[in-house]
Design a protein around this ligand. Sequence first.
Ligand code: RFL
Ligand code: PHB
Length: 390
Amino acid sequence: MKTSVCIIGGGPSGLLLSQLLHLKGIDNVVLERQSREYVLSRIRAGVLEHGFAELMREARCGERMDREGEIHDGFIIAHAGRQHRVDLHKYSGGSSVLVYGQTEITRDLYEARDRMGGTVIHNVEDVQLHDLTSPAPHVTYRQGDDIVRIDCDFVIGADGFHGVSRKSIPRDVLKEYEKVYPFGWLGVLSRTKPVSPELIYARHERGFALCSLRSQVLSRYYIQVPLTDAVEDWSDEQFWDELKRRLPAEVAERLVTGPSIEKSIAPLRSFVAEPMRYGNLFLAGDAAHIVPPTGARGLNSAASDIHYLYHALVAHYQQGDDSGLENYSAKALARVWKAQRFSWWMTNMLHTYPDSLAYDQKLQTTELEYLFSSDNALGCLAENYVGLPF
Ligand code: RFL
Ligand code: PHB
């Protein structure tokens, strides 16, 4: 098989780039290790910035998102039994975020790829990247007993944190920066009315909690748990009891509980791999960087990578201009590190660390008190949460 761009990974990053390139007449193939059903069963992001939504519209995939997504002009931070609203609209100069699930984004992208006759190959095994520093790289994979070879100009590594692409860069070229947090998030999806029309981020001595939503009939809640906990350790009842303990009494009282329809634990990690280019391989999204979900930046950072790559590839194929490809890694990383900083800051401010000093706890409280006493501090939070410019 021969194509211009071979994209490894059929998550939101890979599918979005595939769709955008196809609309510009640039031939591409997506290789995905899992089945479509499996990819669509993963419950992840819920908060999108406008830059991401714009890209979805440009990819002609924004119709359902604009119809069903909810615009949020603010969110709540709860601590010490009190609730403070962060007015995103006021403090970010009129911006907001969109609440629309990653599952729905992915579904919309798959449907668009089908409609346009895009090539997305599922259940590929043993993907291997070859000759990445040559002008003619190729990718091989196994499907059943067959080894299939794809010749291409460029390989895009959009295969998430555990993918093969980043691992194909020699160890002496790649530098990895990592911070692992001593806790995870236990998430529950339930077909219940959300406890609040806006998200609530709660700091509590028993651990962080988050009340989020997918729609007015579908709620998503998280609680901070030790890394040693397993999903099986938590019955639905235990989850709801613990969530209530961490919310202000007035919120806990109106929480509607119900059976969980999905329950999973995600460990929290900050990670960046540099550079994001090796020869004709370009990394994008979770393949190159991970943030703890506290700042809702992960998918949004993937979107800015895709924006830069898309424009760089179009300039290459349409104008023979390679400056975008040359600058890709530096440009993407500059924004990636700002998302890292913000996510680390939000995580530190809101989580309970197992061995924190009384001094650290005082600083955490002071950080929150300062935040809600300063328009400048709120402005800083708001401009990062709605997304820095691409
Ligand atoms: P993905 O989604 O991991 O997709 C990569 C795809 O590559 C496939 N793959 C392979 N395919 C072929 N060959 C191989 N060798 C392969 N290895 C892997 C995988 O099967 C998969 O389908 O990466 P992508 O596309 O870069 O997207 C990134 C986002 O998924 C991620 O950043 C967000 O989900 C992070 N995130 C959030 N981001 C936000 O912007 N806002 C949020 O509100 C938000 N909330 C969250 C989150 C992530 C969470 N978890 C579970 C980590 C909440 C949670 C709980
Ligand atoms: C979610 O709804 O899954 C969600 C929302 C905000 C976050 C993280 C996750 O910061």
